[in-house]
Ligand binder design. Structure first.
Ligand code: 4NP
Length: 154
């Protein structure tokens, strides 16, 4: 099983959106038995909470399930448990690097999947309120990521 972990700050806006979107694309390609997806936050404020209503609205609009998804914090074992760790912004990468095991971990920056986009970080909609923009980036980036995983690992 190939595993992917998306990481943001609170694990209620961006990384759960990416988790749900990538899982949806995996199902559409019939790859449920091959690739598994999770998400986590570097912060602990929202542990146990469902995705933010802005994220839920976008996922509802696109018919993408987020059933059962609850926020959790990054754990040290994530660095060894996951094949791909994808962080939403530079501060997420910096926070991951400070954790035990994070220094030499292979951490991808989400926007490096989309080199032609001017934005180099996924903006935090908890502060901007712009969940549509985040959905557009996440949908495009997850498409690229899934193609990359298929090419590299399957
Ligand atoms: P996320 O957004 O990292 O995309 O889940 C945030 C959610 C909550 C907070 C910050 C960012 N917060 O400060 O509580």
């Amino acid at each position: 099983m190939i595993s992917v972990l998306f990481v943001c700050l609170g694990n209620i806006c961006r990384s759960p959106m990416a988790e749900a979107v990538l899982r949806h694309k995996i199902a559409q390609k019939g790859l449920n038995e091959k690739i598994t997806v999770d998400s986590a936050g570097t912060g602990d404020w929202h542990i146990g909470k469902a995705p933010h209503e802005g994220t839920r609205k976008l996922l509802d609009d696109w018919g993408i399930s987020y059933e059962g998804m609850l926020a959790r914090q990054v754990e040290n074992r994530d660095f060894t448990d996951f094949d791909y760790i994808v962080a939403m912004d530079n501060s997420n990468v910096a926070n991951l690097r400070k954790l035990p095991g994070g220094q030499d971990a292979n951490i991808l920056k989400f926007m490096d999947l989309l080199p032609s986009e001017k934005l180099r970080e996924v903006p935090d909609p908890y502060f901007t309120g712009n969940f549509e923009e985040v959905y557009r980036l996440i949908d495009a980036g997850c498409e690229v990521l899934l193609d990359r995983i298929i090419e590299e690992k399957l």
